[in-house]
Design a protein around this ligand. Structure first.
Ligand code: HEM
Ligand SMILES: [Ca+2]
Length: 199
């Protein structure tokens, strides 16, 4: 089911509990509340990723998150991710912008930029992003380090501008998934003239 709770608007971003759900709903291609591996694959393809990245992402994301979103249920070999329980798939060493219920926390979002956007408060350079990832690391939380690194590096590679800068509105758009919709529209409209995907 799509977002139903009352939402507080923060510069156009919902802060209700469904924001993390919105982040993944783009990948629930048939809107049945479950993201199967082939839907993760199709979602990655739709935003312009190559076959290799889309396949790898589908395998790792669904193998990694399926069990966590299906507490108490028997593991399924189809590796479904249940959108309504996606907050249970949160990991450590993240930015804290999603709280434990998957809500968007505006102050944490602003902290990314007040703490790390030294060059200009409207974007992160590659080095600043790396410094943020290191600062977010919880000691010995290797799985969390890897998860955060992968999420942010993929975002950076796909969405940096021509000068290698990752803009604040791009980052804002990833949280509620609106960035994915935008990328998919751009991919669709570029049609046959699409450039080779960056990954
Ligand atoms: C190109 C595709 C994707 C990109 C670029 C991406 C990027 C991100 C980023 C940047 C974060 C924020 C991490 C933080 O605040 O430190 C995040 C969080 C998250 N993403 Fe994605 N994501 C993608 C696809 C997916 C998919 C397909 C799923 C699952 C179906 C997913 C599940 C999650 C979850 C559960 C979190 C919360 C992690 C946490 O805060 O601990 N993402 N993602
Ligand atoms: Ca589905």
């Amino acid at each position: 089911m799509r977002s139903s709770a009352t939402s507080i608007q923060y510069e156009g971003v919902d802060t209700d509990q469904n924001v993390l759900q919105k982040h993944v709903m783009f990948f629930d291609r048939n809107n049945d509340g479950i993201v199967y591996p082939w839907e993760t694959f199709q979602g990655f393809r739709a935003i312009g990723c190559g076959i290799l990245l889309s396949t790898t992402a589908a395998i790792f994301i669904n193998l990694g998150l399926s069990r966590k979103t299906r507490p108490g249920k028997f593991p399924s070999l189809l590796f479904p991710i249940e959108v309504k329980n996606i907050h249970k798939a949160k990991h450590g060493s993240d930015s804290g912008v999603y709280d434990t219920e998957g809500r968007f926390v505006p102050s944490k979002f602003e902290e990314i930029f007040s703490n790390h956007a030294h060059t200009n408060s409207n974007f992160l350079t590659s080095d600043e992003l790396m410094a943020m990832l290191k600062a977010n690391r919880v000691p010995k939380d290797f799985a969390g380090w890897l998860a955060s690194y992968t999420e942010w590096k993929i975002l950076y590679i796909l969405c940096k501008d021509k000068n290698g800068l990752l803009h604040k509105d791009t980052i804002r758009g990833v949280y509620d998934g609106s960035l994915f919709e935008k990328m998919a529209k751009e991919k669709a409209s570029s049609g046959k003239h699409a450039v080779t995907p960056p990954l």
